[in-house]
Design a protein. Structure first.
Length: 76
C-alpha cells in the first residue's frame, strides 16, 4: 500500500482495526479476537471454545469492508 514504517506499521493497522470494529461497528470482542488470530488466554475458554465463529467473522468482515468503503467515499 506504500506506507513506510515511519507512517504506519502492520501492528498499527491491526490495532486500528481492532478499535474501530469494537467501537464504531459494535462487533463482539470474541469474534474480533478470533479474526485477529489471538489465542484465548483463559484455560476454560480454550477447553470449551472450539468454534472459530466463521459465520460471525464473515458478517463482521463484510461490515468492515462496507465501513472502509464509506470512509473512502467521505461518509463517516
Amino acid at each position: 500500500m506504500g506506507y513506510t514504517a515511519e507512517v504506519q506499521t502492520w501492528h498499527g493497522f491491526r490495532a486500528t482495526a481492532r478499535t474501530m470494529l469494537a467501537e464504531r461497528l459494535d462487533c463482539d470482542p470474541l469474534v474480533i479476537e478470533a479474526q485477529l488470530a489471538h489465542a484465548v488466554k483463559d484455560a476454560n475458554g480454550r477447553a470449551y471454545n472450539r468454534t472459530q465463529y466463521m459465520q460471525h467473522r464473515t458478517r463482521m468482515m463484510q461490515q468492515w469492508a462496507d465501513y472502509l468503503d464509506r470512509l473512502h467515499g467521505g461518509v463517516y
